[in-house]
Design a protein around this ligand. Structure first.
Ligand code: ATP
Ligand code: MG
Ligand code: MG
Ligand code: MG
Length: 569
């Protein structure tokens, strides 16, 4: 590519509304432009990298035996009604109507569509296992789109869905996908960790997230200094042994993610599906004689409203009962309800101390079963509170008894799930088994944030001059910068020649033939992050050399003109 004929849309100034480095550099390097909140155009320079990420994901998925499909972005409401998610999914689901008034949504994920396809196309256990994937545009109406393509509303995901006759087969494919994801993230040159994730809310039996380690990450991940144990913080809380933890500071006694037993108890008592609604428990107040806490607040998942827990569900279970006012909540948790951000306090239910039998379950009356330490706070929670939570987990021994736990920030770039038969049961996706009987299929699902990876890679690979791409996903691997080529035919000619030679050898090359000052060209190539750079000047040519500099190198070096290609290899 010739830079004179290519959109090099670089910017000197750091855009004011870009908070994290990858967002700043993607704008400054001319990779993306914002159209509206969470909506981005990929410019030619950015698209080249995005496509390279896609290619690596596709190659490894193909290698695993998965079959590529392409499903529609727009999905009919009927399928979502069948699975039950039309009403459950909440505000992230962009719902719309066509001209006939029929309901549709823009797909945030594709379990329903693939399950519908597979129940129609597959009929026998002999066709299983089967794994279908796509690389496709998703839309999620994120509450707070931010950080550019990192948390966009429209983004590119690789999503795969596998179908099985039994749990063993699902397990095999799950392990295969785990290995495939490692191969993908290795090839992408990312420093990442697979961590155990909590699968409770989806009802599956296993789940792992893949996190790129970066201080700008929105998730906390916990790992052991001396073993392979690694989990996201929600999962870590669910399994970490209670006991010697230091007491949380401040007024509030406990902040908790409900464990499975608690969830079941709440569900049974309140006649709700607590896996979908209850996000956090707050417990406050002096413990009474029997060790029960006084006030219990259930913070519901942000997408739920008070209607999900109706007062009559509580009647007879918890008496007396108060629906909390904003002030009461604020008093209870010791900070402003609005400042909790995504863990919205719009649906608190505060149960008085005399509701002992509910509190028993919620708090785990006998304390042993009370594995509660923290919540997955998002970034804008006041720091003091996050620190409190950190103190609670960090420094604990790990569940496997080896080493102590450390907490790092991670960017979730991939997520694999054993879904079990949740969707196949709801949507009656069956095949005939060996005995000719109809059998519900087991399912797995496997996502990768393709566009998020581009930003995550920059978070790990940059310096004060700009991006430093790994060769595998650099928009161009080599830049050739010609100096004063418009005045010097021999420089222009040497530039063309090297350009052709490297292209023939299979490199993606950007020939910077623009009529710009050398300093401008160097700064642009560094900002864009091209890993290898040759400079061609009259002075160098007179000595029979080109100048080479790797993007991470401190020093330049002279390379004989004829040895440029072998030098790269
Ligand atoms: P997050 O916790 O960041 O909201 P998620 O758990 O909701 O992500 P999944 O449903 O697991 O996301 O989707 C699979 C992958 O899609 C995620 O691991 C992530 O890499 C990517 N992804 C999810 N939401 C976004 C988004 N808003 N913008 C860009 N990528 C996203
Ligand atoms: Mg999400
Ligand atoms: Mg997540
Ligand atoms: Mg996820």
């Amino acid at each position: 590519m010739r830079a004179s004929r290519y959109l090099i849309a670089t910017q000197k100034e750091t855009p004011a509304d870009a908070e994290i480095i990858s967002h700043q550099l993607m704008l400054r390097a001319g990779m993306i432009r914002k159209l509206a909140a969470g909506l981005y155009t990929w410019l030619p320079m950015g698209l080249r990298t995005l496509r390279k990420v896609e290619r690596i994901v596709r190659e490894e998925m193909d290698k695993s035996g998965a079959q590529e499909v392409l499903m529609p972005a727009v999905q009919p409401a009927e399928l979502w009604q069948e699975s039950g998610r039309w009403t459950q999914y909440g505000g992230e689901l962009l719902r719309m109507k066509d001209r006939h008034g029929r309901d549709f949504c823009f797909g945030p994920t594709h379990e329903e569509v693939i399950t519908d396809l597979v129940r129609n196309e597959l009929s026998s256990y002999k066709e299983l296992p089967a794994n279908f994937y796509q690389i496709q545009t998703k839309f999620r109406d994120e509450r707070r789109p931010r950080f550019g393509v990192m948390r966009a509303r429209e983004f590119i995901m690789k999503d795969a869905y596998s179908f099985h006759i039994n749990a063993e087969s699902l397990d095999e494919t799950y392990q295969l996908m785990h290995r495939t994801y490692c191969a993908i993230f290795d090839r992408l040159g990312l420093d990442y960790r697979p961590v155990q994730a909590d699968s409770g809310a989806i009802g599956g039996s296993a789940s792992h997230e893949f996190h790129v380690l970066a201080s700008s990450g929105e998730d906390d991940i916990v790992f052991s200094t001396d073993s392979d144990y690694a989990a996201n913080i929600e999962k870590a809380e669910a399994v970490a042994p209670a006991g010697e933890r230091p007491a949380p500071a401040e007024e509030m006694k406990e902040v908790a993610t409900p464990d499975q037993r608690t969830i079941e108890a709440i569900s049974a008592f309140l006649n709700i599906d607590a896996t979908r609604t209850v996000k956090t428990l707050l417990v406050k107040g002096e413990a009474d004689d029997e060790g029960r806490s006084g006030l219990v607040a259930l913070i519901l998942r942000g997408d739920h409203t008070l209607n999900d827990i109706k007062a009559e569900n509580l009647a007879g279970v918890a008496e007396p009962l108060t629906m909390a006012t904003d002030e009461e909540i604020e008093q209870t948790i010791g900070c402003k309800a609005g400042s909790i951000g995504p863990v919205r306090l719009n649906v608190p239910v505060i149960v008085d101390r005399s509701a002992a039998h509910l509190a028993d379950f919620v708090c785990g009356a006998n304390r042993e079963g009370y594995h509660l330490t923290g919540v997955n706070w998002e970034r804008d929670v006041p720091l003091a509170r996050v620190e409190d939570l950190r103190n609670v987990v960090e420094g604990d021994r790990s569940p496997d008894g080896k080493g102590t736990l450390e907490i790092r920030r991670g960017i979730e770039v991939g997520h694999i799930f054993k879904l079990g038969n949740k969707y196949s049961t709801a949507m009656n996706a069956t095949v005939l088994d060996e005995n000719g009987k109809s059998a519900i299929m087991d399912m797995g699902c496997y996502g990768i944030g393709v566009s998020r990876i581009v930003a995550a890679s920059i978070e790990q690979n940059h310096d004060d001059k700009g991006i430093i791409w790994p060769d595998a996903i650099a928009p161009f691997q080599v830049a050739i910068v010609t100096l004063n080529a418009h005045k010097s035919p021999i420089v222009a000619e040497a530039g063309e020649k090297l350009y052709e030679q490297l292209r023939q050898a299979g490199y993606d090359v950007l020939l910077d033939d623009r009529n710009e000052r050398p300093g401008v060209k160097f700064a642009d190539m560094e900002l864009i992050g091209i890993p290898h750079r040759f400079v061609i000047s009259e002075r160098g040519l007179a000595a029979g050399t080109l100048e080479y500099k790797g993007r991470r190198d401190e020093e330049k070096q002279d390379v004989p003109v004829a040895e440029a290609l072998p030098f790269l290899v």
